[in-house]
Design a protein around this ligand. Structure first.
Ligand code: KG4
Ligand code: ZN
Length: 361
């Protein structure tokens, strides 16, 4: 009985770094007992992107009901918790502050440990939720709206950055592609859907597959985005305030839009695969050949990225680890999950924990 009680470590995770207010209870860093996510999509849609001031106000309204709901769904009370974890970096500072203040208040009033988690690192833990532990060393790939990075991972908590985007993140490129095609917000899932079931031809539009220098492990997506813009709208005419494009997305037929989406998706995923190839070779050359490929972040929900990286990993004999769909986009289960590893390593934070705009990685 003692062992049973000791084994069941419940952690409450809180996440508010961008436009999702989320709370979750995770048992032993693995079993997700609740995963509540309140999305703000409808609030930001008309602006075509996340408006920081609107996001932080919405977090304030939602944070307590979301935490309550997570505890209720997990059927646990605050007293049952072993620790309170919060995503405290990176993100929009006003948004992060809401989650951090809530977590500190709970930790202080309940006299429970407080654990501040790096959101990017948590994305790479998501694949272990409701699943088996990840085999290390691992090659980690984060593909989200704010990040496109590769890491050499020795454990869930020890990772070294080996490549990152020098301009746009892949999710940002997806969102801009959707904005250029005028198909809605947030764009990533809509481009994915149009690419797969819109009847488009993935070879119809020639788009640049920029890989930077021959050895580079960094990414660039801004050229791809600009190529989509010029393909859809023609070249800009004139300069300054009177400059304008030749066409608009409304001039494209449904088939032509689907061609753009399919060609964009093919190119974006191809770039990722080529970089993963280089990363495995790089790690191999340094005697750190990975045993697994672990992927996380919003774009890990992408159908083509999932299937192409599965083939790639299979081909190289790496375990292919992807989060379940619910843990791809921003969520608090990944925060609570990674916090378990921190608690086990004996590292917790004080009430002076700060919200920080940048990643620690
Ligand atoms: O991880 P996430 O929820 O937030 C950040 O930490 O950035 O990622 C959001 C990003 C958005 O750019 C969204 O368009 C993209 O993930 N995304 C997708 C798909 N689902 C979400 N991109 C491509 N295909 C998808 N199926
Ligand atoms: Zn994220």
């Amino acid at each position: 009985l003692f062992i049973e009680a000791h084994d069941r470590m419940l952690i409450l995770g809180i996440e508010s770094s961008c436009d999702e207010t989320a709370a979750s209870v995770v048992r032993d860093g693995r079993l997700v007992m609740s995963n509540v996510v309140a999305s703000q999509n409808e609030l930001h849609e008309k602006f075509g992107g996340v408006v920081p001031e609107i996001a932080s106000r919405a977090h304030i309204e939602r944070i307590l009901p979301v935490i309550d709901e997570a505890l209720m769904q997990a059927k646990v009370s605050l007293r049952d918790l072993a620790a309170i974890a919060v995503g405290h970096r990176p993100g929009l500072i006003g948004s992060l502050l809401v989650g951090v203040a809530a977590a500190k208040t709970l930790a202080w009033s309940l006299a429970k440990p407080l654990i501040g988690i790096d959101h990017v690192q948590a994305h790479l833990y998501a694949a272990a939720l409701d699943s088996d532990p990840i085999a290390f060393p691992s090659l980690g790939l984060v593909v989200s709206g704010g990040h496109t990075s590769m890491y050499a991972m020795a454990s869930p908590l020890q990772m070294t950055l080996i490549g990152r985007t020098i301009d746009d993140a892949i999710g940002e490129a997806y969102d801009k592609c959707a904005a250029i095609l005028e198909i809605g917000f947030p764009g990533g899932p809509l481009v994915d859907k149009l690419a797969v079931s819109g009847g488009g031809d993935e070879k119809a539009v020639k788009l640049p597959r920029s890989l930077l220098d021959a050895e580079s492990l960094d990414f660039t997506f801004s050229g791809l985005k600009t190529a989509v813009l010029y393909h859809v709208r023609g070249f800009p005419k004139g300069r300054g305030p009177t400059s304008h494009f030749e066409r608009s997305a409304a001039d494209l037929s449904a088939k032509e839009k689907a061609d753009v989406a399919a060609s964009f998706q093919k190119t974006a995923v191809e770039i990722v695969i080529r970089k993963l190839e280089r990363a495995v070779n790089f790690l191999d050359a340094h005697g750190q050949r990975p045993r697994s490929l672990v992927i996380g972040g919003g774009v890990s929900a992408n159908s083509r990225l999932r299937s192409e990286t599965a083939k790639f990993a299979d081909h190289l004999g790496l375990a292919h680890r992807m989060p379940k769909m619910a843990y791809c986009i921003d969520n608090a289960a990944m925060i609570a999950g990674l916090a378990f590893a921190r608690l086990q390593s004996g590292s917790v934070d004080g009430l002076d924990l700060e919200a920080v705009a940048t990643t620690s990685l």
